[in-house]
Write a protein that binds this ligand. Structure first.
Ligand code: ATP
Ligand code: MG
Length: 573
């Protein structure tokens, strides 16, 4: 492709709402343009990246035995009513009516549509296991669309769904998808981890997220380097603390904390660390008030709380209700309230703690958790660095990640609600076991940039780069441009994808654009090159010391192909 002909609107100044690097670079390098909040045009260079990632996904899905189809984005509400999600899904589901006043929605995911399709067309276990997938546009009316393609409202997803006759067979498909996901992200040249995760609004019995490791990631992962355990911090289990000897020294005493409403302020005025203060949060657990306790330096995980209490709905109680029924906000505590109290395991052996006294400006000191509160104990806090791994007790590291894929063991959640049954080998009707498997295609492109860039621009992994080579001719000399054309032809004929900057622009402008766009190899040719019969090749990932000089009279095509293979190999290690 000739840059002079390419629709490539680069940008110098990016808008203020582009705060993460991938969003800024995608705008600057002319990959995307915003249409509305969370809705984007994919420009030719950006769309090539999307297509490259899609092709890798398709190859690996096919390899894993899945079949590609395409379902509609517009879905009838009736299907969502059958699964029960029409009311449950919340405002992310964009609902609308057609001219006949029939309810529809824009698909944020396709469990309902595919479940109906398979239910109506597959009748026998002999046709199972069946895994179907599509690469298609989704719509989720996210509250805060942000970070460009990372969290859009309209975005491209690969979603696969499996149907099996029993758990054993579904376990196998889950494993096959797990393996395929590892191959996909490895081939995309990304550093990632598969971690245990919450099932969220998709539901089901078990799930794993594939997290691309990057400082800017919105997710935090608790990772044990000793045994390999890894889970999203909102779900990571934490080993129960060892029993300690109990020696409570004092009785409960009121202390003055007037004017200090936050744990930070209270720790300061009391002259203790935040971990000595019991943080009391008031939750409505399936509509019943409950006090939830963690240390002042810890956070409650609502995912773990919900799971521990086997609750359907877990939400913080409104401030007004707390103030009316328990005490003043900022001074809430768990001693003698008559309300159910659950505490994190970490508080089990604690003595001489501080806790709100349910009176303005007042805390208790000398709190003995067992003697003065006697709560129910569960593992309900978010994991932090140094927390002990549940499998080997080694301390966790906390890594930041971008969730690019998510696989779910759904069980019979949808198939039961929608009566998706088949006959088994004994002629009995059984409900199919299901799994579903998503990959954010645009988010994967964004994550690749988050992980691979420098202050000049993007550094694409070879497998998903828009072009392999950025060929820059310097100056307007005819000899130079004739030779550059020849190089372009030779490389293209050998299957190398070349972006050829043939514009009549200053060298500085062209080289800056090449750095910004980030193709894996940059080839430059100027007058000096013609004179010496040589061209300069610089891998984008390397500084100018990495320049290789190749003779124009040698098999430079073969050498360039070898360099690309080598770069590809390196990103696969
Ligand atoms: P998140 O927790 O980031 O909101 P999710 O868990 O709701 O995502 P899934 O339902 O698991 O998302 O969707 C499968 C994949 O689709 C995700 O792993 C992610 O890569 C992608 N994805 C989800 N929401 C978005 C979005 N708003 N913009 C871009 N990609 C998304
Ligand atoms: Mg997810």
């Amino acid at each position: 492709m000739f840059v002079s002909k390419l629709f490539l609107p680069t940008m110098r100044e990016v808008p203020g709402d582009a705060v993460v690097v991938s969003h800024q670079l995608m705008l600057r390098a002319g990959l995307i343009r915003k249409v509305a909040a969370g809705i984007y045009n994919y420009l030719p260079l950006g769309f090539r990246v999307i297509q490259k990632i899609s092709a890798i996904i398709e190859q690996e899905m096919d390899q894993a035995g899945a079949q590609e189809l395409l379902m509609p984005m517009v879905q009838p509400a009736d299907l969502w009513k059958e699964s029960g999600r029409y009311s449950e899904y919340g405002p992310e589901l964009l609902r609308f009516k057609d001219r006949k006043d029939t309810d529809f929605c824009l698909g944020p995911t396709h469990e309902e549509v595919i479940c109906a399709l398979v239910r109506d067309n597959v009748k026998s276990y002999k046709n199972l296991p069946l895994t179907l997938y599509q690469i298609q546009t989704k719509f989720r009316d996210e509250v805060r669309p942000r970070f460009g393609l990372m969290r859009g409202r309209e975005f491209i997803m690969k979603d696969a769904y499996s149907f099996c006759v029993d758990k054993k067979s579904q376990d196998q498909v889950y494993q096959d998808m797990w393996d395929a996901y590892h191959r996909i992200f490895k081939r995309c040249g990304l550093k990632f981890r598969a971690v245990r995760a919450a099932t969220g609004s998709i539901g089901g019995d078990m799930s794993h997220e594939f997290q691309v490791l990057a400082q800017s990631g919105e997710d935090a992962i608790a990772s044990c380097e000793a045994c390999g355990y890894a889970a999203n911090v909102e779900l990571a289990h934490i080993a129960t603390p060892k029993e300690k000897e109990r020696r409570q020294e004092g009785a409960l005493l009121e202390v003055d904390t007037r004017g200090h409403h936050s744990v930070d302020e209270q720790a300061k005025i009391l002259g203790v660390g935040k971990e000595r203060i019991i943080k009391t949060l008031v939750y409505e657990i399936d509509d019943v008030l409950c006090l939830v306790l963690v240390r002042g330096n810890q956070e409650v995980s609502e995912v773990k709380l919900k799971e521990a209490l086997k609750a359907d709905i877990v939400q913080l109680a409104p401030d007004k209700k707390v103030a009316d029924e328990i005490g003043p906000i900022g001074f809430i505590g768990p001693v003698n309230t008559g309300i159910r109290v659950v505490a994190d395991n970490d508080l089990k052996n604690e003595l001489n703690m501080f806790a709100g006294a349910n009176k303005v400006g007042c805390h208790w000191s000398g709190v003995d958790v067992l003697r003065d509160i006697d709560p129910e104990f569960f593992d309900i806090r978010q994991a932090q660095a140094q927390d002990p791994c549940p499998e080997c007790r080694a301390p966790f590291n906390i890594l930041r990640g971008i969730e690019v894929g998510h696989i779910f063991y759904l069980g019979t959640k949808y198939s039961k609600a929608m009566s998706a049954t088949v006959q088994n080998e004994h002629g009995e009707n059984i409900v199919m076991e299901m799994g579903c498997y998503g990959i954010g295609v645009g988010r994967t492109a964004a994550a690749a940039i988050e992980q691979n860039h420098d202050d000049k621009g993007i550094i694409w992994p070879v497998a998903i780069a828009p072009y392999h080579v950025h060929l820059v001719s310097l100056g307007v000399d005819k000899e130079v441009s004739d030779e550059a054309h020849k190089i372009y032809e030779n490389l293209s004929n050998a299957g190398v994808e070349v972006l050829y900057d043939d514009r009549d622009e200053r060298a500085g402008v062209k080289l800056n654009d090449a750095d910004l766009i980030g193709c894996p190899l940059r080839i430059t040719l100027g007058k000096r090159g013609i004179k010496n019969r040589e061209l300069e090749v610089l891998p984008r990932a390397e500084h100018s010391q990495g320049v290789k000089i190749l003779s124009l009279d040698s098999d430079y095509v073969g050498q360039i192909k070898a360099m690309l293979d080598q770069a590809k190999g390196q990103s696969l290690c």
